[in-house]
Design a protein around this ligand. Structure first.
Ligand code: NDP
Length: 280
């Protein structure tokens, strides 16, 4: 009985996750990627370029953006441009979006990926940091989404939201960051259903990432965990595939789907699941 139940679950999961990605679906596509001066965003820019997309990347550091753009052009991007923007400034999401429209004349993928700086530490009562981080990690996403939705409606485009395991399994030392990711999952989860009710042809993909080996993440978590970090380039490709195949929710690495399942079935095991995150 149990065995056939698990075999059925395994078969369904394998079917759900079969790779249906067609690189042609992103060739020539118009893509805006936020937080692409480093880390996973930078790697996404390179993958989209190899697939021949037209991309606009944004972040604050101009010199880094320039270098990424040059590499994108070498890799085969049909177009690669950058625009600086600080997502803690409520005026900048609109500015970035306008620039993208001027240059690309439309949009197929809005990839929301940037995050503001936050410390890895026990919460010290600094609620004001949470408020600031909410603007960067959450409200600016909504501002970009509000601007992009009418355009995405005409192109049948997609919104890709880079979220985290912390939005499924609240983790210690990153309470402010965790709350911004919960906010994203909540908002975009609602939006998915609203779009379905409206019979919209815009898709929203929410990506749940485990620990990824970007320089900024590795510098921050040193001393806090010995968990394995997975390659940023692979994470980036899995995000692009999930968006292009219009998956509602996708996990990288894939097995974190089961980490979440186990946590949902046995919530009292949370402290055991997270016991690798020690104070020393
Ligand atoms: P990075 O720190 O490497 O990149 C963050 C990007 O955001 C940079 O391009 C940075 O550029 C930009 N950025 C920072 N502050 C601002 C700002 N105020 N305005 C505009 N842009 C800003 O992060 P990762 O690549 O590690 O993470 C990317 C995504 O993946 C995030 O959403 C993160 O939550 C998610 N994720 C990452 C995990 C990991 O382990 N790495 C795990 C789970 C999820 P600049 O400084 O030039 O502005």
């Amino acid at each position: 009985g149990y065995l056939s139940f698990f075999l059925l679950i395994a078969a369904l999961t394998a079917y759900m996750w079969r790779d249906t990605f067609d690189p042609e679906s992103v060739r020539g596509a118009r893509v805006l990627i936020t937080g692409a001066s480093s880390g996973i965003g930078e790697q996404m820019a390179y993958h989209y370029s190899k697939f021949g997309a037209q991309i606009v990347i944004t972040a604050r550091r101009e010199e880094s953006l320039k270098k990424v753009v040059q590499k994108c052009l070498k890799l085969g991007a049909k177009a690669a441009l950058y625009v600086t923007g600080d997502m803690s400034d409520p005026a900048d999401p609109e500015k970035v979006f306008k620039y993208t429209m001027e240059k690309l004349g439309g949009l197929d993928f809005l990839v929301l990926n940037h995050i503001g700086n936050t410390n890895v530490e026990l919460w010290n009562g600094d609620w004001d940091h949470v408020r600031t981080l909410m603007q960067v990690n959450f409200v600016s996403y909504l501002q970009m989404t509000a601007a992009a939705l009418p355009v995405l409606e005409t192109s049948g485009g997609s919104i890709i939201v880079v979220s985290s395991m912390v939005a499924k399994l609240p983790s210690p030392y990153v309470a402010p960051y965790t709350s911004t990711k919960f906010a994203l999952n909540g908002f975009y989860g609602s939006l998915q259903t609203e779009l379905a009710l409206k019979k919209s042809n815009v898709s929203v993909s929410i990506l749940i990432l485990g620990l990824i080996d970007t320089e900024s993440a590795m510098n921050k978590i040193r001393g806090f965990t010995t968990m394995t970090a997975y390659p940023a380039s692979e994470a980036a490709l899995s995000i692009i595939k999930a968006g292009a195949t219009r998956q509602k929710e996708a996990y990288y690495p894939w097995f974190h789907y089961f980490t979440c399942l186990i946590n949902n079935i046995f919530p009292f095991m949370k402290d055991i699941i997270l016991s690798g995150l020690s104070l020393d």
